[in-house]
Design a binder for this molecule. Structure first.
Ligand SMILES: [Zn+2]
Length: 257
């Protein structure tokens, strides 16, 4: 459930609309460039930032269910970032329509978008689909958390919801972003729901819930998981950044700076 790095430009085909990459996937047309690689990556960060964490920094208002107007988003980004002076609502729309990670929900007729997971601000997501939830879901923890979580259950951390994966593999890979040895828990989603605790579908692979008390999960039997190369690179990069941050913090604490 960690967002993967993305550096894919967005082009537009006259006949088939916006697409990611070099050629229209429907007709093979070269299309016209809308956003270059850098712009897509930056917009990805800004847009998830606005919709999950700090809308007010860009003068955007979210309603109680987390929806924001895409005109306001385009205006907000344009006013805040010189490199996006050209930005129009249709660029934002093209980005959302071609997002490959299922992070957003778009209401075209209302001109509104929201993030379906990852929030650190309070939004009411209880209008997401809650039917046909898989009977088992998965959640990765770091070994140091095991005892604590067994006692008190799974509660949201810096995010407002607990994020669950639909497979052992997905949970393991997301856990690898935090530790070399994640422990994957198997969640009895069916029992949670039967006991009146709602689970919502954020996208096909990610589910969210408010909290999971003890008694609703067990340690899943360990499986061998092959982590994709692209993901491993990103994990290494994150590790490097964390270490760098720790080093700087230590230098500061020691008065070396
Ligand atoms: Zn086309």
């Amino acid at each position: 459930m960690k967002d993967k790095g993305e550096q894919m430009k967005i082009k537009i085909c006259n006949k088939h609309g916006p697409f990611r990459g070099e050629k229209c996937p429907v007709c093979g047309d070269e299309g016209k460039l809308m956003l270059n690689d850098w712009e897509v990556e930056a917009l990805s960060r800004i847009l998830t930032g606005i919709l999950r964490h700090f809308p007010e920094n860009f003068n955007v208002k979210l309603d109680q269910h987390g929806w924001a107007n895409i005109n306001d988003i385009a205006e907000g980004i344009k006013g805040k970032n010189k490199k996006f002076r050209f930005l129009k609502p249709y660029h934002v729309e093209a980005f959302i329509l071609t997002d490959t990670k299922g992070r957003f929900q778009y209401d075209k007729s209302a001109g509104k978008v929201r993030a379906t997971y990852g929030h650190s601000i309070n939004v009411d997501l209880s209008d997401l689909p809650s039917e046909n939830i898989p009977r088992k879901l998965y959640y990765a923890i770091v070994p140091e958390e095991e005892e604590f979580i067994t006692e008190i259950g799974i509660k949201p951390g810096e995010r407002k919801w607990v994020h669950l994966s639909d497979s052992y593999e997905e949970a393991y890979i997301s856990g690898r972003h935090r530790t070399d040895n994640p422990i994957v828990l198997e969640i009895d989603a069916e029992k949670l729901i039967n006991d009146g605790r709602a689970i919502y579908r954020a996208n096909e692979k990610i589910y969210i819930t408010k909290e999971i008390p003890p008694g609703y999960f067990i340690k899943a039997p360990i499986k061998e998981v092959e982590v994709p190369k692209e993901e491993l690179d990103q994990i290494e990069e994150e590790k490097r950044r964390r270490k760098e941050k720790e080093r700087r913090k230590m230098e500061e604490d020691l008065g070396m700076k």
